[in-house]
Ligand binder design. Structure first.
Ligand SMILES: [Zn+2]
Length: 365
């Protein structure tokens, strides 16, 4: 059955933003979506994978290496490439890998055949879930119920972009760059604080209270269930547009820059919010860069920083009383509104000036 289109999801702007930005830049380090059952968490993750641009892969490589990027290849592909071999290429959809709650460490990272290595002197590696997830989306439902050690491994790989397996002095590594999406229902137990902090972004989903929006959700759901094909056809233009926008942002990402002033803005913001540690600062910067790319810009702005902070801070203010967190997040919202208003005013003034100079030129000619 066709997946419910991402662009047809009503509301939940923060969740959608967090997912899109991770898709543009997986090395942001993943997103945790917290919410009750029936709040479109898994729908959104599936929909995102379905929407993403097709990728070119080395067709006989278990890690789906990118045939055009030697720096992102596994050792074997790189050696073949260096030896002048024409790597077989196929195009395919971005993979959606669903990690079962019962997954063990071996299943996730893969296994090294130690006996074979010792007897025959060759390394034999049985790829695991992280191999399948390379360049795809790794979805972990009920991440709070997963073994802590496994969550730890997932977060490591998501941030490093590589999976390293070590057994008895023998090691093997392969690329593991993936979009990590974890979901959890807070009513079913919390994630350990140490792990919580390592999810780059976090979004708390609330049910939508607005009656019009609820009716729209219901209407779209019914239309989709009646005739998924037709429903998806109706949304295919919006889907294609977003997909292309993400592809453009991915291409633009390496060109996006920032200056020292931006770093101070981030540092002041996290200090003011009394965030522990320094992880938040780097996450905000990476996320702001992805947001600028999504907007088609090569320089980040204060708005990018504040939008990123909205996603990077909620789970890092945990030691404070709830009301204090609310107040802090509200202050952040206000700053964001000011920054947006200022940017809009600047844009209006720029447009006015352009119109003025165009009118002058016309008069003079
Ligand atoms: Zn490869």
């Amino acid at each position: 059955m066709r997946v419910f289109p991402f662009t047809a999801i009503v509301g939940q702007e923060r969740m959608k933003r967090a997912l899109i930005l991770n898709a543009i830049s997986p090395q942001i380090g993943g997103v945790l979506i917290r919410g009750e059952r029936g709040t479109a968490k898994s729908t959104a993750a599936r929909a995102l994978a379905a929407l993403l641009p097709e990728i070119e892969v080395v067709s006989d490589c278990p890690y789906s290496c990118n045939p055009r990027r030697t720096d992102e290849m596994c050792d074997r592909c790189r050696q073949r490439f260096a030896a002048g071999e024409a790597l077989p290429i196929t195009r395919r959809k971005t993979r959606f890998v669903d990690l079962p709650v019962s997954a063990t460490e071996d299943r996730v990272v893969g296994t090294l055949d130690i006996e074979r290595a010792i007897k025959q002197g060759e390394r034999h590696f049985e790829p695991g879930v992280l191999a399948a997830a390379n360049r795809g989306l790794l979805y972990v439902d009920e991440v709070n119920l997963l073994d802590d050690h496994v969550v730890d491994l997932l977060l490591d790989s998501a941030a490093m972009g590589v999976n390293v397996v070590e057994r008895e002095g023998i090691s093997f590594s392969h690329p593991a760059r993936f979009i990590l999406v974890g979901t959890m229902n807070p009513e079913e137990g919390d994630l350990r604080p140490q792990l919580l902090d390592r999810f780059a972004l976090c979004v708390d989903i609330q049910g939508i209270a607005d009656a019009d929006a609820r009716v729209e959700i219901l209407r779209r759901r019914l239309l989709y269930e009646q005739d998924p094909e037709r429903f998806c056809e109706e949304w295919c233009e919006a889907e294609a547009a977003l997909s292309q926008r993400i592809a453009r942002a991915q291409a633009l990402l390496p060109d996006v820059s920032y200056d020292t002033g931006h770093l101070y803005t981030i540092a002041e913001l996290t200090a003011e919010m009394e965030v522990d540690g320094h992880r938040a600062d780097i996450v905000i910067l990476k996320t702001a860069i992805a947001h600028a790319a999504f907007e088609g810009r090569t320089m980040i702005t204060e708005s990018d920083i504040l939008l990123a902070a909205e996603l990077a801070l909620p789970h890092r203010l945990r030691r404070k009383p709830f009301e204090e967190i609310q107040t802090k997040m509200e202050k952040l919202e206000q700053r964001l509104e000011h920054a947006r208003a200022a940017a809009e005013e600047l844009e209006t003034r720029r447009a006015d000036l352009e119109a003025l100079s165009a009118a002058k030129k016309k008069r003079n000619s």
